[in-house]
Design a binder for this molecule. Sequence first.
Ligand code: TPP
Ligand code: SF4
Ligand code: MG
Length: 335
Amino acid sequence: MSVEAIKFYQTGTFTVGNRLLAPEQASVQSSEARSNSLNCGHRACQGCGEALGARFVVDAALRATQGQLIAVNATGCLEVFSTPYPETSWQLPWIHSLFGNAASVATGVAAANRVKGREKLRVIAQGGDGGTTDIGFGCLSGMFERNDDVLFVCYDNEGYMNTGVQRSSATPPGARTATTPAIGAEPGNVFGQGKNLPRIAMAHGIPYVATATVADLRDLEAKVERAMSLHGARYIHVFVPCPLGWGAASHDTIRLARLAKESGFFPVFEAQHGEVSRVSKIRRRVPVEEYLRPQKRFAHLFSPQPRTQDIARLQALADANIESFGLLEAGEPGA
Ligand SMILES: Cc1ncc(C[n+]2csc(CCOP(=O)(O)OP(=O)(O)O)c2C)c(N)n1
Ligand code: SF4
Ligand SMILES: [Mg+2]
């Protein structure tokens, strides 16, 4: 499948697109037949990366399945802002699970479809990083281990945003959250290594694991399409900036996602049956500082005095990703 980056032909409008390309190369969003799965009227904050990511993911999954799709949604921002009872912004069959059991509910939906002989009906489960890396982790691991026919999508905004920005196991070191305040000798998140869910998913040997960001939406769509062309347990981890929780400008969502990728802080790759099969190379390497500075959750690393050791620690995480995933083009310094 050839994939063209999404082009914004008319800056300043909502026109997103690739309309001038052949239909098979055009993005899902540029198609008149797009399903608008997550409709207007939802209550996400301005610039919410999660709303953007979910819209692209579910629309792509709907196209890939010719509309034969059921979504299971863990508790979290995505569920809360899209379904204030009795309203909903979803344009597909959608079920709200508990905070921690979206993977199990999705497994049940897939099993029910099988029993009913609805072979074409596919299942997607989605949740935030808290619902995935923390409370939902056991259910998800079980879903992977049984190789249940579900695509699970994690929208990673690095914290429990729905309940007021608490720390999760996906919160980066040093970041300020409501439960890791920027005070004392070690301000911000004191816990260090985090929990690398894509790597853990790969360790289960499942057919497909991918990471993506909302800075490259065509890449995200293509990964969803690839995942839906396969059966068994599949996992996509999408990096989705959260302006409210990160203390970032709402117009910086795409820029921050791009900087996370271009600094190596968030590696973008695909893996099949436990082995990395493709990585998105860094196009213009930037220091991690460029990614950290626009976010108030890292402000204490720069003022009143620069906390050089903490910044160096974050840079070291990015460097380790660059090294282990081979994110630099051959010939680039450090490659
Ligand atoms: C068992 C249980 N504990 C706590 C909660 C409260 N709760 C609902 S959503 C949420 C955090 C969601 O964080 P995340 O999964 O990262 O999604 P986000 O809101 O960041 O998108 C919490 C703590 C709950 N609903 N159920
Ligand atoms: S708090 Fe963050 S994740 Fe939740 S709706 Fe606002 S921007 Fe989106
Ligand atoms: Mg979250």
